[in-house]
Structure formats: structure tokens, C-alpha cells
Design a protein around this ligand. Structure first.
Ligand code: THU
Length: 138
């Protein structure tokens, strides 16, 4: 896990930060960016996209995952989430589940703000005892 962060942490942070600049967040003014590292070490970016019908808004993580899947990749090696906030901007509950679909329990989630990576946690820490594709196997 730390090897991935050492090697790709900085790139994931800067891509997530960059993605936040494209956020469409006229309602919350809370600009979020995400960067996903796929199994072949490509990085896919996403930003939050809000909507006048508020619940229809899309989180940055969901948008980055969609970019990755659109390129035919279905494994997340690591993901960074950036917001310009002093608080830890951890993925919302729905996004934890969306990450879960493509990640392993130990997959690192890097929480970032303008000072860089301010926390690292695993998917299992954020979503213990999760439900996933294996649960549907009979
Ligand atoms: N948001 C994200 O994009 N990702 C997160 O991890 C937390 C929240 C967005 C959703 C909404 O557009 C705005 O931030 C405020 O909740």
C-alpha cells in the first residue's frame, strides 16, 4: 500500500486538485476533485457535477470511476479525493460503495487539500463489512 502512495501519491493528489477546478458546484460552492489509479497505472479524473434538482448531483469520485470504466478498466488501485477544506473530505457513503465495486479492502484512499495528502485510509476502514460482487455469487 505505501509503495503505491510513494510512487503515485503526488500524481494522484495533483490530478485530483486539478479536477476540482472543473467542478460544477453552483449550489454548494464546494469544489471536489477525484483521481483514480487503475490496475495499469493510468489516472482518471472526475469532479462533482451538481444539478438544480439537488439529489441528481454527481460526486467527484463517481465521475472519476465512470471515466475509468468508460476506458474498459474495472480495478481501482488507489483513489485521491481533493477539496479545499480544513476538514477531511472523505468519500460520502454512496461513493464508498461505488469504490467498493472496483477496489480491495486494502485499497488506499488519499484525502487531500491544498496542503497535499492529509490522511490516508483503506476502503475497509471507511466501509467495514461491506457488501460487494462476491455476495451475489451462489
Ligand atoms: N462531494 C463530492 O463530490 N465528493 C465527496 O466525497 C463529498 C461531497 C460533493 C457533492 C456536492 O456536490 C458537494 O460536494 C457538497 O456536498
Amino acid at each position: 500500500m505505501s509503495e503505491i502512495i510513494e510512487k503515485y501519491g503526488e500524481a494522484l493528489f495533483s490530478n485530483a486538485q486539478k479536477a476540482a477546478q472543473t467542478a460544477y458546484a453552483p449550489y454548494s460552492q464546494f469544489h471536489v476533485g477525484a483521481a483514480v489509479l487503475s490496475a495499469d497505472y493510468e489516472i482518471y479524473m472526475g469532479c462533482n457535477v451538481e444539478n438544480a434538482a439537488y439529489p441528481e448531483g454527481l460526486c467527484a469520485e463517481a465521475s472519476a470511476i465512470a471515466q475509468m470504466v468508460q476506458q474498459g478498466k474495472t480495478t481501482i488501485k488507489a483513489i485521491a479525493v481533493y477539496a479545499n477544506s480544513q476538514e477531511l473530505t472523505t468519500p460520502c457513503g454512496g461513493c464508498r460503495q461505488k469504490i467498493r465495486e472496483f477496489a480491495a479492502p486494502k485499497t488506499p484512499i488519499l484525502i487531500c487539500n491544498d496542503t497535499g495528502i492529509i490522511a490516508t485510509m483503506t476502503l475497509a476502514e471507511l466501509l467495514p463489512h461491506s457488501f460487494g460482487p462476491d455476495n451475489l455469487k451462489r
